[in-house]
Design a protein around this ligand. Sequence first.
Ligand code: NAI
Ligand code: NA
Length: 403
Amino acid sequence: MIIEPVIKGVVARSAHPYGCQQAVRKQIDYVKQAKPIERGAKRVLVLGASSGFGLASRIAHTFGGAEADTVGVSFERGPSDQGVGSAGWYNNIFFKQEAEKAGRVATNIVGDAFSQQVRQQVIESVKSDLGGKVDLVVYSLATGVRPNPETGDMWRSVIKTTGKPVVGPTLNLETDSLAEMTVETATDDEVADTVKVMGGEDWASWVQCLSDAGVLAHGCRTVAYSYIGPEVTYPIYHQGTLGRAKEHMHTTAEEINTQLVAIGGQAHVAVCKALVTKASVFIPAFTPYILALFKVMKEKGTHEGCIEQMQRLFNARFYSPKETEQGVLTDEQRLIRMDDWELASDVQQQVSEIMAEMTAENFTQLGDYKGYKQDFMELNGFGFEGVDYQQDITLESLKALQS
Ligand code: NAI
Ligand code: NA
């Protein structure tokens, strides 16, 4: 079969395995020539390892200077009679291939990170594949649902505001159009459920579980990823359901940090830049901001993707660089601000000017729609040079790839 891109709304219904391989290789090539991570963790667990910031964290640690062995957890679909499988499935496979070629351990665990079963699998894998301990736990899950173990029901996150309803243009990647959409006000229950799914509770529970199993190394650290953004986006993000979940995550970081003191460890939240990922394309009324932001940051030469953000996080902020000896670089709230270039006042000034002019007719010119769409296609392995998209690929050959 020839694998073509299929987009429904903002969801990709197909992925190109060899394009995903190219995406992984591109990120590896980037970190190999970037400023290296010094004194990075050597045994790393990544929860949410198959795409976005989690995959980039894993690549940065293995190929960007730390030479880490990794266990990665993700929820992905392999090839079957229903389809070729998800992009993350292939990212896992090709990351592992490259890591093993470089003499590193890379174990992929595919399953529900909220479950006890996957916790058990991870503990066993840390014991057998990482020599029994981890030095770093990266928490990078992004999902809309979390099972409630007590009832067997699902908590579902919603993307709503907590103030007055917001009307804003939302992108449809299938039709390349912007359409007005209303972001409604969340009920208290919807806020609480979103905090359950995307807040810090599961992160804390993972750390507790790993601690109970005795697999956290002395000095073990953990990091989770957050977003705050500029004031123009507060109604839809920071003061919305997702922002409330992130606030919970920030508070949780303090609790985990206190807990880890006993083993000389630390917990941090890194506040990242707005980027195109499988998760972020769902946020309504957010696209005009990203389109304007990409345009301005690319013009200024300060634009970063996931891999640039993560390599900079770990080479300049998270591990104490030899030349400075400053320890982790944070703001007064102990947050690592990787959104510093995004929030620079000259950037935000220009972004606001563009957004004020942006309409459904001119957004492809005023904003960086081309770049946005390219990023989206690349997430699913499409649009890369050097990949033969006319190649006839059999399901059998994909099933034969080792996960
Ligand atoms: P993503 O969708 O690219 O990655 C999510 C990962 O979680 C994937 O590896 C997926 O397989 C895994 N996952 C989802 N549900 C799972 C489950 N039940 N069990 C096991 N694995 C599961 O998302 P992205 O954007 O990298 O998000 C990661 C974190 O970064 C999130 O906390 C997000 O809020 C945060 N962030 C994202 C920003 C953006 O603009 N994309 C900006 C700042 C923070
Ligand atoms: Na991720």
